[in-house]
Design a protein. Structure first.
Ligand SMILES: [Zn+2]
Length: 190
């Protein structure tokens, strides 16, 4: 299928997302919300589509025209109205706002635009760092919550697993609950 936009010889697509609105007003001020936004190594490209998904207009916003302040491209997430989140890009010619369906996608776009414009890699946490953070958080959360629940007589719902003391089978249940080992019939309290 032919694309509705043209890339230069050394231009590559970095990101693309659909259901994009153009303009920063409320949900009805935007003329459409089924546009497609494409980040390439040189441009932001907006495909303006009709109701049938056919591209009616292709707009090119050269990344070289993004305003730089202290070496930083002026790109940010903004929340101009309730439940409306936009990717705001400040060009030398003025502000362009793109409404996203998902707020969380915008952070990714900001990071990628900054990365492409400045030529620096995106600062991403490694899987190991993420795991370590999650483990530390789980550790700091689980115990105090159980203690507080205990004070109020609320049963914990933390799933735990233990070895049956008489046959060694793995038993799983909720902390504080008593279960009967399905293999040897021993009662065990987690
Ligand atoms: Zn057992």
């Amino acid at each position: 299928m032919a694309e509705d936009f043209k890339l230069g010889p050394d231009e590559a697509v970095v990101l693309r997302v659909g259901k994009i609105g153009y303009g920063s007003g409320g949900p009805f001020s935007s003329m459409f919300n089924n546009g497609e936004l494409i980040l390439t190594t040189k441009n932001l490209i907006l495909l303006r589509k009709n109701l049938f998904g056919k591209t009616e207009e292709t707009k090119y916003f050269p990344l070289a025209d993004i305003k730089m302040v202290d070496g930083k491209p002026q790109v940010r997430k903004s929340n101009p109205a309730h439940m409306i989140y936009t990717l705001d890009v400040y060009f030398n010619s003025g502000l362009e706002s793109f409404q996203f369906e998902w707020e969380s996608d915008i952070d990714d776009w900001v990071a990628n635009i900054v990365s492409v414009v400045t030529g620096t890699p995106i600062q991403k946490k490694s899987d190991l760092e993420m795991l370590q953070e999650a483990a530390a958080l789980a550790e700091s959360m689980a115990e105090p919550i159980e203690k507080i629940q205990g004070l109020f007589g609320i049963k914990s719902n933390r799933p735990v697993s233990c070895k049956c003391p008489s046959c060694g089978a793995t038993l799983s249940g909720i902390k504080g609950e008593t279960t009967k080992c399905p293999y040897c019939g021993t009662f065990y309290t987690f």
